[in-house]
Design a protein around this ligand. Structure first.
Ligand SMILES: Nc1ncnc2c1ncn2[C@@H]1O[C@H](COP(=O)(O)OP(=O)(O)OP(=O)(O)O)[C@@H](O)[C@H]1O
Length: 352
């Protein structure tokens, strides 16, 4: 069994299969601006994210990329400055106070990095899981709590206080607490941040098992890139925008041998912008602006100073190698974000 690294020739994710009408998490052009002492920080700069019902997705990014800001919005603790943020049909821009409380109790469940934020220290594991069920007046609270502790492999900890459990056991109990009220969506913020590598892998596998068993839509936010080994889809967040995503799948060859394949895609927004991966930018020393060329099956990107490989320029290009298309054009790079919609050409390649 082999695991292939993401291919360097990356793909644009706009060509995905047909999608159902209503995802469980939908962020469109999401913006969050903080103003402190007159200085503006754009923590989210038009972020796009779509997570289908029942999917498990990891959102990975460096410190300061906007992960916590996004999670605060999705958990209903903070409001966006602009754009769209919808979770299980709830519009988080307009949600009123009472609906927000109901949303936090029943629609979403949370697992935080700090065990102290997940569990009450003076309650046993079973009592911690039963607590959210008490708040919603669910029947058979003890039975449900034990069932969940069993699913998470910590039934033997039912009578223990958090201080009598390991970090990994505490996080398993925290997952049980988070899904006790059968939320539509589970949000996990650095759930393995305080754990060693082996325990982290166990907790991530538990999140995957709970997702598979209960169908709860799951978003794991982390700076740990190894999370991508545990989920089928990992989305990268960079400078407050989703930049690339890695899709993993298992293939079986004609001899019945299974292998895991990972492919990396650039995320294309609704107006055609995407972020060039930093290693691409560095290796070609791309800066300020680049040349673009539309080819029959791909788009070429060249440094400003170079001469593009001849592209198709109308019927005269002939020779049957390319279909007629527009001439190369320029794109202006904002950091490493190429606005490829800038300018347009007609069929003869004339700039409009
Ligand atoms: N309340 C706030 N006021 C001002 N700026 C903020 C606030 N919260 C976040 N920021 C800024 O927004 C940007 C994104 O921060 P955020 O905490 O979302 O990043 P992160 O990816 O979660 O980082 P980390 O992994 O370190 O927690 C950073 O530049 C941060 O300094």
């Amino acid at each position: 069994m082999t695991t292939q690294p993401p291919a360097l020739g990356r793909h644009a994710s706009a060509s995905a299969a047909p999608r159902p009408a209503s995802p469980d998490i939908l962020c469109r052009d999401l913006v969050r601006i903080f103003v402190t002492e007159g200085i503006e920080v754009q923590a989210l700069q038009g972020l796009n994210l779509r997570v289908e019902a029942g999917e498990i997705v990891a959102l990975v990014g460096a410190s300061g990329s906007g992960k916590s800001t996004l999670l605060s919005i999705l958990s209903g603790l903070d409001r966006p400055t602009g754009g769209t943020a919808e979770v299980a049909g709830a519009d988080l821009l307009t949600l009123g106070r009472r609906d927000r409380v109901r949303y936090q109790r029943q629609t979403v469940g949370f697992v935080w990095q700090q065990a102290a934020r997940n569990l009450l220290p003076y309650l046993t594991a079973a009592q911690n899981v039963a607590l959210p069920l008490t708040i919603t007046r669910a029947p058979d609270r003890r039975g449900r709590a034990l069932e969940l502790l069993d699913l998470l492999g910590v039934a033997h900890c039912q009578g223990r206080l958090p201080s009598q459990m390991s970090g990994g056991q505490q996080q398993r109990v925290a997952i049980a607490v988070a899904v006790a009220n059968s939320p539509r969506v589970l949000l996990a913020d650095e759930p393995t941040g305080e754990l060693d590598e082996a325990t982290s892998a166990e907790v991530l596998e538990m999140l995957r098992a709970v997702n598979a068993e209960t169908g709860v839509t799951t978003l794991i936010v982390t700076h740990d890139p190894t999370v991508s080994e545990h989920v089928a889809r990992t989305v990268q967040i960079r400078d407050g925008r989703t930049s690339t995503e890695v899709l993993r799948r298992t293939e079986t060859d004609e001899h019945g041998t299974e292998r895991h394949v990972a492919e990396e895609f650039a995320v294309l927004d609704r107006v055609g912008r995407f972020q060039l991966p930093p290693d691409f930018v560095e290796s070609l020393d791309l800066r300020d602006r680049v040349r673009l060329s539309l080819e029959p099956d791909h788009v070429g990107v060249w440094p400003d100073g170079s001469v593009p490989v001849p592209g198709p320029v109308g019927p005269a290009a002939g020779a049957g190698r390319h279909r007629p298309g527009p001439a190369p054009r320029h794109a202006v790079a904002d950091g490493a974000t190429a606005d490829v919609t800038a300018g347009s050409t007609d069929e003869t390649g004339e700039q409009r």
